[in-house]
Write a protein that binds this ligand. Structure first.
Ligand code: FAD
Length: 515
């Protein structure tokens, strides 16, 4: 064991990269030895807060383990090593400090998070480790200290936040990292990266339809910038393609790497600025920055509102009547609602761990505004499945979609049929995820219940048997229904049966929310 010389322990959580890593950078400048540490915190593998879904599902675990391998390789290439331990960070760090000798440990360094469970860890580390804890803010594009508001005064409307931040703040440059990082002290066991099986999970098979067929780690993340910006110039048409549903290139797909910190948002920003200088500046190049500002905004919203992020009544304490209905929720999560645009998206999520932004907005609107189910069911189900799960973005967006967050138009409701036809006019997306409807041609696939029985028979669809009847039908869908016979918008047989109000096919026990 090395003595006299000082060690800094870097607790890495959602900053799993070497480039632009402020925790490692600071430790390197301030210590003789640096220990990059990742703890597989058992709390991440327990149940979600209200509904106890397994917090980390197989898609995200796979991505995380790949990320750890990648980071280990990166750190080895600069003369360091990733120490991996299974346990709560506060306990692992306390043990490590007693092993090293408290007098040999100068500090623990970590990147701050915004939400309760994560900040509880920070407090527990501070309380138990008995050495100074150096905290940095590094997860957003604009630094918390650089935005033109104190957190309690953060505007509740995104546009105001964005305009003033863009006008009055600047993005900090990325840090230049050392080519050799200070080494580990001798005698520290680097541990090992577990397998999925050790977590009782099987590696999910790669589905050829996946819009996110990538692995974890900063090398893949940086390769994605190269691909999306430089090799194919996709960024130059991002604004036109970003609402796509099929394939990897309609949007940047940066979110999963951003969530674990394999990619620094400032690195993306610098690459966009370089692209604009060397190739092209247009609305699309700006729009990626615009979207990253949404990500920032939800982090700051989480800081401002604290635990309200997880309240049924949302950020501003809006009391609404929510339904409880297990059957409806099961239909939603299994992609068996009988509403093809919802089902295709939910099946994509379950199969691949990814769903487009367009899909997310729609299935969230459907759950909260058509089915009127507790929005946290959806948020926690997403938390379980999404590779790119980020507490602030996930809960912030769910609140927004449910009308209990920061949306200035909280009654906004998506029309599943119109959205399906607008963004998947020919139904190709539906056909790829709902094979049982494959024979229905064109946009009519979005409303199978409106097809005549002869057409359904021809397409080998028996509603309620091979594919469900819709669990609900909203009246506003009617004017967008297409029937295959006409090939364009028109009144189908189902419309004539439509009554006023929403039609539920499962009886729903309406209950007042209890919190
Ligand atoms: P792009 O369209 O290429 O956007 C670039 C980046 O901007 C994204 O990587 C992301 O970091 C950021 N961004 C874009 N849209 C949003 C947004 N609405 N809110 C916050 N940041 C945004 N995003 C997550 O990263 N993690 C989540 O857990 C998450 N949950 C969501 C839940 C719901 C109900 C909804 C409606 C959206 C959610 N989003 C979440 C936001 C958004 O859907 C994803 O960031 C985006 O689809 C990821 O694909 P992309 O990287 O190709 O995005």
């Amino acid at each position: 064991m090395s003595t006299k010389l000082k060690t800094i322990i870097c607790l890495l959580r959602n900053d799993l990269r070497y480039h632009d890593n402020e925790v490692l950078h600071w430790a390197h400048l301030n210590a003789d030895f640096v220990i990059p540490l990742y703890c597989l915190d058992p709390r991440h593998y327990s149940g979600t807060w209200h509904y106890s879904f397994p917090k980390t599902g197989p898609h995200r675990l796979k991505f995380l383990l790949q990320t750890l391998h990648d980071l280990k390789d990166s750190l080895k290439s600069v003369g360091s090593e990733l120490v991996v331990s299974r346990g709560e960070p506060e306990k692992v760090i306390t043990n490590l400090i007693s092993q090293l000798g408290k007098e040999n440990v100068k500090a623990v360094a970590l990147q701050q998070e915004a939400t309760r469970e994560e900040t509880d860890v920070e407090r527990a580390v501070e309380k138990s480790c008995q050495v100074p804890v150096h905290k940095v803010w590094g997860s957003t594009l604009y630094h918390k200290e650089d935005i033109p508001f104190r957190i309690p005064q953060l505007p509740n409307v995104f546009t105001e936040f964005r305009k003033r931040t863009e006008n009055q703040s600047r993005v900090r440059p990325t840090l230049s990292m050392p080519s050799r990082l200070k080494p580990l002290p001798t005698g520290v066991d680097p541990g090992y990266i577990p397998t999925m099986e050790e977590y009782g999970m099987k590696e999910p098979a790669q589905d050829p339809r996946s819009a996110f067929p990538y692995g974890g780690g900063e090398r893949q993340a940086l390769a994605r910038i190269q691909h999306y910006f430089w090799d194919h110039d996709y960024i130059a048409s991002y604004k036109e393609t970003r609402n796509g549903l099929i394939g990897p290139d309609y949007s940047t797909k940066f979110s999963s790497w951003l969530a674990l910190g394999c990619l620094s948002p400032r690195k993306i920003y610098e690459e966009i600025k370089r692209y604009e200088k060397e190739r092209k500046t247009n609305q699309s190049t700006y729009w990626v920055i615009f979207e990253l500002l949404w990500r920032d905004y939800f982090k700051f919203v989480a800081l401002k509102f604290g635990d309200r992020l997880f309240y049924l009544s949302g950020l501003l304490g809006k009391h609404r009547e929510w339904q409880e209905n297990q059957k409806l929720f099961d239909a939603w999560r299994e992609g068996k609602t009988g509403v093809p645009f919802v089902d295709a998206n939910m099946r994509e999520l379950a199969t691949t761990g990814f769903m487009s932004n367009r899909g997310r907005q729609n299935v969230a609107s459907f759950l909260t505004k058509d089915l009127k189910l507790d929005w946290r069911l959806g948020a926690e189900w997403f938390e379980h499945l999404l590779i790119d799960h980020d507490v602030c973005s996930n809960y912030g967006n769910w609140l927004y979609c449910a009308g209990v967050g920061t949306d200035p138009r909280p009654a906004r409701k998506f029309n599943m049929v119109k959205q399906g036809l607008d963004y998947d006019a020919q139904g190709d997306y539906i056909r790829s995820w709902i094979p049982e409807l494959q024979a229905i041609k064109g946009g009519a696939i979005h409303t199978p219940w409106a097809l005549s029985s002869s057409m359904l028979m021809k397409c080998e669809v028996t509603l309620g048997h091979t594919y469900p009847m819709p669990v609900v039908k909203a009246p506003e869908w009617a004017k967008h229904i297409r029937t295959q016979e006409r090939g364009k918008s028109g009144r189908g047989p189902e419309q004539r049966q439509q009554t006023r109000g929403v039609d539920f096919y499962f009886s729903s026990s309406s209950q007042k929310y209890k919190k």
